[in-house]
Design a binder for this molecule. Structure first.
Ligand SMILES: Cc1cn([C@H]2C[C@H](O)[C@@H](COP(=O)(O)OP(=O)(O)O[C@H]3O[C@H](C)C(=O)[C@H](O)[C@H]3O)O2)c(=O)[nH]c1=O
Length: 183
């Protein structure tokens, strides 16, 4: 496993290496010890799998507020996605900045998105599957969302947005009153 920093502090990429032999491949999806250097005693009470049928569809930008702010360990297990994290942390030097990375079933990259970040992705293939490990269980009453096309974020999605949920389409646009999430 190799850790790759991103331009957003604490948003890390994790390069995993499957073990391959004549029978096939073996891949470690998560190891508490290996990831202790970025987060001691990582614990995932919920693991989700989403499938996005149509290339170009976007899901996001989602986050959970304290006291159930969550970190996510994300991997694409089928197809390809352009995965984006936005720094929403109050006082962060990269506040409201975003960074995107392509996660594919072949590049073995995982994204570790800490608390205080919004997360979203665009499917770059049909039937893109994303496996999420969450450090908090889902809590609808503490969910927050931003528009993937919010001009204040100016996320450069690689493809025209094909499909988006009504919830995401109707998320609030950022204005100067949003100063960030106090973790
Ligand atoms: C997140 C979640 C959702 N749900 C229910 C709520 C809805 O009835 C249905 C689909 O939820 P949603 O439309 O929020 O799914 P996505 O738009 O894919 O949202 C997810 O994708 C973005 C990119 C993320 O980063 C979040 O992990 C997550 O919000 O599953 C649950 O039952 N449990 C859960 O943990």
């Amino acid at each position: 496993m190799k850790l790759q920093p991103t331009p957003l502090p604490d948003f890390m990429l994790i390069e995993t290496m499957p073990v391959q032999d004549e029978r096939g491949r073996f891949l470690r999806l998560f190891c508490e010890t290996e990831l202790a250097s970025i987060r001691p005693a990582l614990h995932f009470p919920q693991i989700n799998l989403s499938t996005t049928f149509q290339r170009g569809s976007v899901r996001g930008m989602h986050f959970q507020r304290p006291p159930v702010a969550e970190a996510k360990l994300i991997r694409c297990i089928h197809g390809r996605v352009f995965d984006v994290a936005v720094d929403l942390r109050l006082g962060s030097p990269t506040f409201l900045q975003w960074h995107g990375v392509e996660l594919t079933e072949d590049n073995q990259l995982q994204a570790f998105i800490p608390e205080g970040f919004a997360h979203g992705f665009q499917a770059m293939s049909d039937n893109a599957q994303l496996l999420y490990m969450h450090t908090e269980s889902w809590n609808r009453s503490h969910e927050g969302g931003l528009r993937p096309d919010d001009p204040r974020l100016a996320i450069s999605w690689p493809l025209p947005i094909a499909q988006i949920s009504e919830r995401d389409r109707s998320a609030p646009l950022l204005d100067n009153s949003f100063t960030g999430i106090q973790l």
